[in-house]
Design a protein around this ligand. Structure first.
Ligand SMILES: NC(=O)c1ccc[n+]([C@@H]2O[C@H](COP(=O)([O-])OP(=O)(O)OC[C@H]3O[C@@H](n4cnc5c(N)ncnc54)[C@H](O)[C@@H]3O)[C@@H](O)[C@H]2O)c1
Length: 347
């Protein structure tokens, strides 16, 4: 159960300004009620929403605003701002949630996807530079999330680099829930699973440091059947979970993505639930574990109230884990190289 004391308002005297892009899309449809109801920023924090989508989505976005009005959320300031102009959506924002991105179409090559999104995240980085608060906190969700966040940070120099993050929490939650189901435990009893690397099929879902009241730290890999079972079942299941949901729903994960965004923002702004709790966030590398400085990489982190976090940098990595980390690192380096080439053309 969430401690309400932990959620004392960040700004007792004013509304927290939250900008959301891709606000006419399906994740936003699950996320906006969580923001408006106090589930993310606490039951006393007033919220002002500033929503952005492309001009073609204006009517849908207007409909979403009607529904937000009809929800009669006590914490929500009216009117909800909706626009297709990034500078209007980002003006004075404290929190920026970037859902909008260009989706991969059949037959599209990865470099074309990076190019399309490179332009979007360049433009939005420049808009944030112009109008967002210098201490705004940003989460990138639109895929390819790590590299979009990296591109954004190249053009958004006003906001400190460590305030620009991306979402690994959905993968983290998927792993936590899978461990709980496998051990027949409560989800709340599972601690310190970790996602490393790219939000893609190369990510490394790691249970080495996970524990429950029954399984002490260091015994989890064995409790889940040993390394061969992890390699053949648990790890691929998490790596491919997004594709599984997509195949079943014919739509990508949205409800669980919205829940994960809320978890990421709440832990980031209010602190992780206990001193030793580890969560996974995509943040710029500080060089820990041999990951190139500045690369946007999912790491184990611990957060402290006010939007501070530290990468947990002293975990021992054995050969089994190192192999997976190197694979996802190689993929991210190649994505960043491609993005760098595009960025140098854009400057
Ligand atoms: N990191 C993660 O864990 C994770 C998980 C799930 C989904 N995602 C990604 O999140 C993104 C959003 O997912 P969704 O299901 O809501 O998609 P969606 O297609 O339902 O909605 C995306 C919205 O973004 C808008 N958009 C496109 N370009 C824009 C721009 N330049 N500015 C503002 N809005 C723009 C579209 O018009 C659309 O309304 C996708 O890229 C998806 O792949 C990431």
């Amino acid at each position: 159960m969430e401690s309400l004391a932990r959620l004392t308002p960040l700004y007792p005297d004013r509304a927290l300004i939250v900008a959301v892009t891709g606000a006419a899309g399906q994740i936003a449809y699950s996320l906006l009620p969580l923001l408006a109801s106090g589930t993310v920023f606490g039951p006393q924090q007033r919220i002002k929403l500033q929503l952005l989508d492309v001009p073609a989505a204006e009517s849908v976005l207007k409909g979403v605003c009607c529904e937000l009005e009809d929800g009669a959320y006590p914490l929500l300031d009216h009117p909800v701002l909706y626009t297709s102009v990034a500078d209007e959506a980002f003006a004075g924002a404290d929190i920026v949630v970037l859902l909008g991105s260009f989706p991969r179409k059949p037959g599209m090559e990865r470099k074309d996807l990076l190019a399309k999104n490179g332009t979007i995240f360049r433009d939005q980085g420049q808009a944030l530079n112009r109008v967002a608060k210098a201490d705004a906190h940003v989460i990138v969700v639109g895929n390819p999330a790590n590299t979009n966040a990296w591109t954004l940070s190249q053009f958004c120099t006003k906001i400190p680099k460590e305030h620009i993050t991306a979402l690994a929490r959905l993968d983290h939650n998927r792993l936590k829930s899978l461990v709980a189901r496998k051990l027949d435990s409560a989800v709340s009893d599972v601690h310190n699973v970790i996602i490393w690397g790219n939000h893609s099929a190369t990510q490394y879902p790691d249970v080495t440091y996970a524990y429950t009241p029954q399984i002490v730290q260091g015994k989890m890999r064995a409790a889940l059947g040993g390394d061969s079972q992890l390699a053949s079942e648990v790890i691929p299941l998490i790596q491919k979970r997004g594709a599984e949901v997509l195949a079943l729903r014919k739509l990508s994960s949205a409800m669980s993505a919205a829940k994960a965004i809320g978890d990421h923002l709440r832990d980031w702004m209010f602190g992780t639930q206990t001193e030793n709790e580890i969560v996974s966030m995509i943040v710029p590398s500080d060089g820990s574990y041999g990951i190139d400085k500045g690369l946007m990489f999912a790491f184990p982190v611990q957060c402290h109230r006010g939007g501070k976090y530290r990468i947990v940098s002293d975990l021992r990595i054995d050969d089994f884990s190192r192999k997976y980390i190197e694979t996802t690192l190689a993929e991210l380096r190649s994505e960043r190289e491609e993005a760098m080439r595009l960025v140098s053309k854009m400057c």
